[in-house]
Design a binder for this molecule. Structure first.
Ligand SMILES: [Zn+2]
Length: 716
């Protein structure tokens, strides 16, 4: 029989193990539970594939994404190893064949989604097999403290309950100490100390982080100049931005393409293949792109705005340079992004998740503003320690000795936060410092404060930079609704017990880059089209009320609105220049318009499983006769089955009628629920559909694919 070194050479083509691989392989062969935390590109999959080949029995691999499973199966098959995935993508027949193959011992690796393991039938089937061990890929999904928590993963403790003697091996690229403890606890490891952690430091990546100027296009072009004919990924926050940026890059003669969850499956496949085959150089993508991508020659990764967590940032930038060759990453950030992400967070209903999300956002903000070694900061975040990289990040390479003392300005800023009862965001604090006469200042009588106008000698841009610096050094923290709060450290600064300084160049570049006249426009990245639509509504109202447009909302307010796209009264109130009276007069109409602008373009970050569904109900004036007929039956209190029979209609049609009638107010919503509660859907079918939706993005798309499938296979 071959030993591990021979398999490493024959099957995988390597002469020697990479750091940590051999340790993990040995532990798995020894049937221990083990958790491996290794950065992307460290060679994780080999760690479970190789021992699988040496052991008797089948390896059950749990994976969160169908695309990931598919890649792994293809990879193994290419090496001549029998592997299958059992999922909603396979037909009943294919899954059946897989079961037979597993029973006969012909298949070595089976990939399954976590939800399948909650199925009693499947668990029973597994217990009839000879299992070598369980591998749990992307194990950080187990933990609520991680960045991609999945409820199905949390149930994976059942592996140990059902198969106490079989080893479990967990794999992830990113986990803090808190997350790793949670993983071994949830997976019920026998030895909870069996954790192996790779170095966080990716020494072939050069990290740049810069404040974004305007839309960042010119900074991006400077960067791309250094990477001609190389492949890379550019991440943006919204779908619309991917489209406009890729169009811009094409105009510059670059081979770029947009990728986001709004594209059809076919378009996404095509884009993916073009990128993998080097037909295009630059993929401009939302976070929807990249998980499980197995392309080793990505030379650069750019973030056009700040990612929502350090984990996401590290994982996304980690897609560069997996072949170990020098690669470069760039993050362009602005305080506007933080406001936008903060607003998404404010919508999270669960308080614990919300606070955690704020906490994580504050940490990445601190990272972006930091003047220390980037690699050291990342290592520190993931509980790994290292000295300064010296050569592989912007801060180490350009240690800026010239510093400006801003203690006096810091005191003014902090005092203003204090005098306004720590209840306002940065924009308002700056307004008070500058002595602005805007509505929000006057409504709160802040013109009467001693701090009003004390900062008028310094311009708005510089005040923003000073505010950011105070956040960075933890003199301030951001609470809900972007409200600034003072820390103990702030008190020491105000009492002159501490000084505050900043890189002199930070004050210079910014003030040079932004011309005071255009501040309102420059402050936020704004989509012209959205701005114009808001302006048109304002003009309409101005005509109706026969008053100047700027009295309704000034341009600055519209700019902020266009940037933040508030979706309820509370968030609309956070916009400068929007007070209670204006909300009452115009709130509804603007929110209505904003809702239409928002849904089309914004790909919201998803925080854990908490999402707010947006249901739009459009009134329909006349009720069609067919609904009337169903309504008559409902009033007779007969069962849904009987309704289907009497009306000779399908169950789905009757259900659609009931929904329609409830929305029209013809029947009570509780009544509707009573009917719905009597309809029992097969769990397997339901899960199959839910997975389809997850895979394809919408139920319509599932429907669409089904129709295509029907036609192709000539099914009536
Ligand atoms: Zn460094």
């Amino acid at each position: 029989m071959l030993d591990k070194h021979q398999i490493l050479q024959n099957t995988f083509g390597f002469d020697e193990f990479r750091p940590l691989q051999e340790v993990v392989v040995d532990k798995i062969l020894n049937r221990e539970d083990v958790l491996l935390i290794l950065p992307t590109g460290g060679g994780k999959s080999l760690c479970y594939q190789l021992p699988g080949l040496l052991m008797d029995g089948v390896v059950v691999v749990v994976s969160p994404l169908l695309a990931l499973m598919q890649d792994q199966v293809h990879g193994l098959t290419a090496k001549g190893i029998r592997a299958v995935m059992m999922s909603s993508l396979q037909s009943y027949e294919e899954n059946n064949q897989a079961e037979i193959g597993l029973q006969n011992g012909e298949i070595k690796f089976v990939f399954v989604a976590p939800e399948r393991l909650q199925n009693e039938y499947f668990l029973e089937f597994l217990s009839s097999l000879d299992i070598a061990f369980f591998a749990v890929d992307e194990a950080h999904c187990v933990s609520e403290w991680g960045h991609e928590f999945r409820a199905d993963y949390r149930q994976l403790g059942l592996l140990k309950t059902h198969f106490p003697e079989i080893g479990v091996a967990g794999f992830t690229a990113t986990a803090t100490t808190q997350v790793e403890k949670d993983i071994v606890h949830q997976l019920q490891f026998k030895d909870k100390n069996n954790i192996i952690r790779g170095k966080v430091f990716r020494d072939n990546l050069f990290i740049n982080v810069k404040p974004r100027q305007g839309n960042g296009h010119s900074q991006l072009m400077d960067f791309l100049q250094m990477h001609q004919n190389e492949q890379g990924i550019i991440y943006t926050l919204s779908r619309k931005n991917t489209e406009s940026l890729s169009a811009f890059l094409k105009e510059q003669g670059l081979k770029a393409r947009a990728y986001h969850a709004g594209l059809s499956t076919e378009e996404r496949h095509q884009a993916f293949n073009e990128f993998v085959n080097d037909d295009i150089d630059i993929m401009v993508a939302t976070i929807a792109f990249g998980m499980g991508i197995d392309k080793s020659n990505i030379r650069f990764v750019v973030h056009m705005s700040i990612p929502k967590t350090m984990e996401a940032y590290y994982q996304e930038m980690g897609r560069a340079g997996r072949d170990g060759l020098p690669s470069e990453v760039l993050l362009l950030y602005s305080t506007g992004d933080l406001g936008l992400l903060g607003r998404f967070i404010a919508d999270i209903e669960n308080e614990d998740y919300r606070n955690l999300a704020y906490h994580k956002l504050n940490l990445i903000k601190k990272y972006a503003f930091s003047e220390g070694c980037r690699h050291q900061a990342l290592s520190h975040y993931f509980d790994d320690e290292m000295p300064k990289c010296e050569t592989q990040c912007d801060n180490c390479l350009n240690p800026d000795v010239e510093r400006s003392d801003i203690s006096e300005q810091a005191k003014m800023f902090l005092s203003t936060v204090y005098r306004t009862d720590q209840s306002f965001g940065q924009g308002h604090i700056v307004d008070v410092l500058l002595g602005s006469k805007n509505q929000k200042v006057l409504n709160n009588a802040h013109q009467n404060l001693s701090v009003y106008g004390i900062g008028s000698a310094t311009n708005r841009v510089i005040w923003k930079i000073i505010g950011d610096r105070l956040l960075e050094i933890d003199a301030l923290i951001i609470g809900e609704f972007k409200v600034l709060k003072l820390t103990d450290f702030a008190m020491e600064i105000m009492k002159s017990k501490q000084t505050v300084d900043i890189r002199a160049s930070n004050l210079q570049t910014q003030s040079k880059a932004l011309k005071p006249k255009k501040i309102a426009k420059q402050e936020y990245e704004v989509d012209e089209e959205i701005f114009e639509k808001l302006r048109a509504l304002r003009a309409e109202i101005a005509r109706e009320e026969a008053m100047p447009a700027y009295i309704i909302f000034d341009n600055k307010t519209l700019t902020e609105m266009a940037h933040f796209l508030p979706n309820n009264e509370a968030s609309l109130l956070q916009i400068n220049g929007v007070g209670q009276i204006k909300i009452e007069k115009y709130g509804e109409r603007f929110l209505e318009l904003l809702a239409t602008l928002r849904t089309e373009d914004f790909e919201e970050p998803i925080y854990n499983s908490v999402q707010k569904p947006v249901v739009e109900i459009k009134p329909v004036k006349k009720l069609h006769a067919t609904y009337q007929a169903t309504l008559a039956l409902i009033e007779q209190n007969i069962s849904i089955e009987e309704m289907c029979q009497q009306r000779e209609l399908a169950l789905s049609t009757i259900l659609a009628h009931i929904n329609k009638l409830a929305e029209e107010g013809k029947i009570e919503h509780t009544k509707r629920q009573q009917f719905f509660d009597t309809v029992v859907m097969d769990e397997k079918v339901k899960n199959w559909i839910l997975q389809g939706i997850e895979q394809l993005g919408s139920v319509d798309e599932v429907h669409h694919q089904l129709s295509i499938f029907k036609q192709l296979n000539q099914i009536q």
